[in-house]
Design a protein around this ligand. Sequence first.
Ligand code: AMP
Length: 396
Amino acid sequence: MKTVDSINFKNKRALVRVDFNVPLNEKYEVTDSTRIKAAIPTLKKILNDGGSIVLMSHLGRPKDGPSDKYSLKHIVSELSKQLGVNVLFDDNCIGENAFSKSAALKNGEVLLLENLRFYKEEEKGDEAFAKKLSQHGQIYVNDAFGTAHRAHSSTAVIAKFFESDSKCFGYVMAGEVASIDKVLNQTQKPFTAIVGGAKVSDKILIIEQLINKADNILIGGGMAFTFVKAMGGQIGKSLCEDDRLDVANELIKKAKAKGVNLCIPVDAIVADNFSNDANKNHVDISKIPDGWMGLDIGNETIKIFGDIIKNSKTILWNGPMGVFEMSSFENGTKQIAFDIVEATKHGAYTLIGGGDSVAAINKYNLADKVSYVSTGGGALLEYIEQGTLPGVEAVK
Ligand code: AMP
């Protein structure tokens, strides 16, 4: 994979697609700058070489053109602070002013363009729009892993307007791809995938792919109850997708046929309503009484999952084991997170990806105690499902 390391940016203007889709509060202040911080090493490499930078990104999902709420101007001060450079801004990514500003950039200077999604063309992958954007720089750098699964103008289509020696990946992108590659292609066995979260329907494709790769697949979270019901269990009023019972049975069958250990929880912490101070009980997961819902895995499951995790050499974790946002039902997710840390200490390669498992690992301050925390939830899942991404293919 060709990265910024293979190019000398001296006297060059780099057009860098970043993922600055950061959360803002009601005062439009950046509340989590993880994505900005992640891009800094790539940007510093270009500036240290003696180049200049035009940055493009999206922010949120604006519906009808420009709006203050989704303006990237709100992130300029945080970006300037993180980068240590006074970042310039233009309020129209393809306006005349924007092109004058990018053309006038001196080495060491950085210009941030307004939200690409203020133009509908961006998400449509419009070629003319991509071509216009391409005129902002001499070298195209894609460092936006979070949107690499979208064939948008700035993430994929634009790459064709640069010669092969004038396009490359940034460090975020390279790190993400190398990490997935370690898990899926250079896999040290045993490989355990832990899949949780709310819905089976979101995770069918990924479980299907993992059945071809993993030795163990541990199922947790709300989606486990669809499997339990499919196997004939009583799940009370737990989360369940009745239209996916057949799919769950199919997955169980496929795993068996491939010799994959698909592990469904054996016990659960149940509650009489969806609230942190609901009445709680600990039961066999296939015998949940009417009126009760499973909101976390129980101790026996934690022990079974933990033993498998601690004996694994490669681990992929996507999705929490329970409603970890509520302290009463966070124990399963928390214990699994600590087991993954333990496995990492003993040499396992551990990749955590997908919004809520990342939120969980951050909640317990464990992000630096696992091998890699992915910045792109949807992109990571699609990479695993498809084996590549449009944004990666375009630059390759
Ligand atoms: P996902 O985005 O699919 O990974 O789902 C994450 C969400 O699933 C989190 O907000 C969890 O609170 C929720 N979740 C996990 N376990 C359960 C459960 N047993 N019942 C209901 N929601 C759950």
